[in-house]
Design a protein around this ligand. Structure first.
Ligand SMILES: Nc1ncnc2c1ncn2[C@@H]1O[C@H](COP(=O)(O)OP(=O)(O)OP(=O)(O)O)[C@@H](O)[C@H]1O
Length: 247
């Protein structure tokens, strides 16, 4: 069963084709990595998945349903969440504030802004439990901007999980994380719930090879190769265009 699929997806910016006839199938529960050299079109593809960009042509299906023309928030409501390469957190909020907002949003409390969120015991309990699961219990009442960077990346992932996604798009979760915090981030990424399909966009080959069960390689906007970790690792053309270049 397919969780996320593209059919002949094309995205042009003026005369430049950033996504070139990409047909991709990501099965339910997969740990699927999307790799490729700089400028290969990974971020563009994520922006097409999430509704930031409308494709020039082609289709996107989530759980077998066509979401190609749905706005971004409707895709989140259908179960597609993402994290960002660059920190998008509210620095002045505490992790607990952010988590309660995220859970409240999922539960449809967002429209009742006049109601004190703290009054909602269910939301608070779930927020604390989720923060604990992501190793953030000790830090939950500090301002987010004061947290170590690795903890901030974990908070981003925790907030995306709070939306209870079917598919989680992880955009370089370990990017910029200092060496001493890296293992904690990787351990949490590896321990993400099994029923959530994870699509990992990553430059770090150690993380890709230790995490993914399937890899798609993009080059110049097109799908260049796809296979298991072993197949991709020994594919000479992939080595030539990508692995040899960056690692
Ligand atoms: N809004 C845009 N307008 C014009 N060109 C764009 C736009 N967004 C991306 N591109 C171009 O599309 C190509 C693919 O970019 P993209 O950011 O998707 O690559 P990437 O694989 O994510 O690269 P990186 O690994 O460096 O983040 C690049 O040549 C980029 O300049």
């Amino acid at each position: 069963m397919t969780a996320l699929e593209t059919r002949h997806l094309v995205k042009r910016f003026g005369g430049f084709t950033a996504t070139h006839d990409v047909s991709l199938s990501i099965r339910k529960g997969a740990r699927h990595a999307l790799i490729g050299p700089n400028g290969a079109g990974k971020t563009t593809l994520i922006n097409l998945f999430t509704g930031v960009f409308a494709p020039t042509s082609g289709q996107i299906l989530l759980d077998g349903e066509d979401i190609t023309t749905l706005p971004a928030h409707a895709r989140v409501a259908r179960g597609l969440s993402r994290t960002f390469q660059i920190n998008q957190l509210f620095g002045d909020f505490t992790p607990l504030d952010s988590m309660m907002l995220a859970i409240g949003e999922r539960k449809g409390h967002g429209r009742r802004f006049w109601r004190p969120l703290a009054a909602d015991r269910d939301v608070a309990e779930e927020a604390v439990a989720t923060l604990e699961q992501f190793g953030l219990a000790d830090a939950m009442s500090n301002e987010t901007k004061l947290l170590p960077y690795g903890k901030q990346r974990l908070l981003e992932i925790a907030l995306a999980i709070a939306a209870k996604p079917k598919v989680l798009l992880l955009d370089e979760p370990a990017a910029g994380v200092p060496e001493e915090e890296r293992e904690e981030v990787l351990a949490i990424v590896r321990a993400l719930p099994e029923d959530v399909t994870v699509v990992l966009i990553e430059h770090d080959m150690d993380l890709v090879f230790s995490f993914a069960d399937r890899i798609s390689v993009l080059a110049a906007g097109a799908l260049f190769a796809e296979g298991t970790v072993e197949e991709i690792a020994r594919n000479p053309q992939v080595k030539a265009i990508y692995l040899g270049e960056d690692t």
